[in-house]
Write a protein that binds this ligand. Structure first.
Ligand code: UDP
Ligand code: MG
Length: 319
């Protein structure tokens, strides 16, 4: 790369990816060599406990295409990605991929063509998953649920694998929300967006770094950040309880006067309990709605803590 600004930045979060590291770098080097545009790579070490930081250190010191960001601890994939996005130097677009080669870096060319056509968000749509049946079903179900309940139109079966224009990344960087669901945020930003189908490969090496709990949290954030479903659900439940209680009350009154056989005091007791538990749920839902909004506003901690950054030499010289 000459000392001019790179056109494309590739951002890759890494958590304990030492096993597949060399293969990843080989594939990236090939891509850098064969592309007609200039590329920089930003690797983010998300508090790995294996040899990943060591390998990254060595690479950043010897190859100026690579810039390495080291987080102070494991912040999770979405925040590691967020950190990487704040260090990009590119003039045109940012390519986001996983460090396990599940998203083939070689597809950059196809994505870039779409960028040239004027699209600002080009996301990968997984045509086939090489994963277990249960995980596949969970993903399938979740994306469809989210689409139905969310307030924005998040595309089906697309993860964070995407090419984003520089301006979209600047907007993402300016969004201060703490619990980040990047695939939702990039949809929310807008501009011209399109999807490209691709076949998601199996992991190059090692185990999946997303544990069940992490996947659950990500899914949970998607629902809470991009829909009002939970709060609306509890409010509706409260209303339903009240309506149910009222109908039952009418039934008891009719039975009492026309048919008989209802012990005295039963109706009023039942009515008081059921109506008020409905009211309580309703009130909780309403308070929840406000807490949710305040919570959204108040979170003001930094999103991540950076330990150190090794910038590529040419950029360092330019300050
Ligand atoms: N990752 C990360 N921090 C974490 C977990 C994962 O940076 O806490 C990275 C991981 O190294 C990989 C990417 O996020 O580059 C996707 O992780 P993984 O392959 O485990 O997710 P999956 O493909 O199963 O969704
Ligand atoms: Mg993976």
């Amino acid at each position: 790369m000459s000392d001019k600004q790179p056109q494309i930045s590739i951002v890759i979060p890494l958590y304990n990816e030492a096993a597949g590291f060399n293969l990843l770098i080989d594939r990236l080097n090939q891509l850098i060599k064969n592309s007609e545009y200039s590329i920089e790579v930003i690797l983010v070490n998300d508090g790995s406990r294996d040899k990943t930081p060591l390998l990254m250190n060595e690479l950043a010191l010897t190859d100026h295409h690579y810039q390495c960001v080291f987080l102070a601890r494991n912040h999770g994939h979405q925040l590691a990605l967020t950190a990487g996005l704040t260090y990009v130097n590119c003039s045109e677009a940012v390519f986001i991929i996983d460090g396990d080669l599940q998203d083939p870096p070689e597809l950059l060319g196809h994505f870039y063509e779409k960028y040239k056509e004027g699209y600002e968000v080009i996301y990968g749509i997984r045509r086939k998953r090489k994963e277990g049946a249960v995980k596949k079903f969970a993903y399938w179900f979740y994306y469809r649920l989210l689409k139905n309940i969310s307030s924005i139109d998040i595309p089906l079966d697309s993860g964070d694998f995407a090419l984003l224009s520089r301006r979209v990344v600047d907007h993402l960087n300016a969004m201060p929300e703490r619990s980040r669901f990047i695939r939702g945020m990039r949809t929310w930003i807008g501009f011209r967006q399109t999807g490209l189908e691709y076949e998601r490969d199996a992991r190059s090496a090692g185990e999946a770094k997303y544990t069940f709990k992490m996947l659950f949290n990500l899914a949970y954030n998607g629902i809470f950040n991009f829909s009002e479903f939970p709060v609306k659900f509890i409010t509706r439940l409260g209303m339903l309880t009240m309506i149910g209680a009222f109908i039952f009350f009418v039934y008891v009154v009719i039975k009492m006067y026309l048919i008989g056989g209802v012990p005295p005091g039963y109706a009023s007791l039942f009515l008081a309990i059921s109506i008020f538990s409905g009211v309580q749920l309703l009130a909780l839902g309403l308070i929840g709605e406000y807490v949710l909004r305040i919570y959204d506003q108040v979170r003001a901690r930094p999103l991540f803590i950076v330990d150190k950054v090794i910038k590529n030499k040419e950029l360092q010289q330019r300050g």
